[in-house]
Design a binder for this molecule. Sequence first.
Ligand SMILES: Cc1ncc(COP(=O)(O)O)c(C=O)c1O
Length: 436
Amino acid sequence: MKDTLALRGGTPVVPKQLHVRWPVITAEDKAAVGAALDSGIVSGPYAPQVKALEEEWARYCGVRHALATNSGTAALHTAVAAGGIGTGDQVITTAFTFLATALAVLQNNAVPVFVDIDPRTYNIDPDKIEERITARTRAIIPVHIHGCPADMDRILPVARKHRLLVIEDAAQAHGSTYKGKKVGGLGDMGIFSFQASKNLPAGEGGMFVTNREELKERANRFRMFGEDVRESDKQAFDPARPLDGVREYNSLMMGWMYRSNEMTAALVRSQLLRLDDSLAHTRRNAAYLTEHLAKIPGIRPPYIPPECTSGFYQYRLRLDPQAVGVTLPVKEFRLKLLAALGAEGVEVSLWQTVPVPGQTLFQERTGYGLGCPWRCPFGEEVTYDLDEYPETRKLLEDSLVIGSHSFPLFPQPAALMVKYVEAFQRVFANLDQVLA
Ligand SMILES: Cc1ncc(COP(=O)(O)O)c(C=O)c1O
């Protein structure tokens, strides 16, 4: 009997009601935020929830210092500034990331230089970094994309050789490990995001981490108007008068206002208690998908190197139409698959359509106006030719993500993964209907 795809009027494989919407907010989360509000302290440089979160996060990541910020982008900007990176400097990062990685560099008047990706891990290709280093390069920002750690043992020696700072963008990689160590503390500095789609979804928020005291001090200053927040001020903190203290009101350097607040910190602390369980569950979901989808010709599941664990912020697979005798360009094949899988009830999405240097901001290089920071003050121009990122471009044309921001893998039941695999099998067994 002919199996009719949902696209052609058949019954969808996946019951919609099996999906769990993200973020999941538990009764414990609500109680934690309520208790923070009940305390009457909502913010401040010594506010107890923020301080407790910073200590717990440092312990969780195995780093000496953690500073909470009001976004991951703020944490990145803080790291770039703490590294003393500014006008006339260049920073190397990957062409496949979220814009914020590069924006934080521009925000500090420095120029991002992009490197193509390793087609297996989707992370910066360590072999292509050195050719991008110039006399003006000051740092490398590897991004642990989708939660898969970048190859730090090949990146760190290049950085050491050229005396460059390494800032890990772990915005998507809470709890991911590289050779048994949590990401974030492997380089000089690291950052995380608590934006709503992440596996610690506190609305908006971020974290800066480092093992180096002097970088922590500079980051702390930058995070609060360029002012020093001293130990003596801390001793003067009185929970009965949380908004008053002995602040000097003297800014020592350019700074921003990037502090977090008590409600966000209380929510992250509550979510952190179940992060490891959530990661284990997500990894089981991903492992199930990988085991079964790898058997379908035309699908290449994501590759996580054996020395790494990923939190699968996104589960991105690649398509090979030729392997199933389809001669359509892969982008068109993908479009048809998205329609067929979507009709079966599978949550599928894309995320990013061009390499970051392909975005208008980089093509037009508007920045701060007058060509800054690209053309001032030293005149050596950095330009962004998309032909320099062939692997990133290929990935963005031949891949799709299972899950979406509202329905990622993290909270989905195992039964849904079974249905997803059935839907893929059905669609790939009936490609004539998909292509018709
Ligand atoms: C790789 C990467 N870096 C930085 C950020 C910025 O984090 P936020 O949205 O918290 O500012 C994100 C956010 O999605 C991200 O994915």
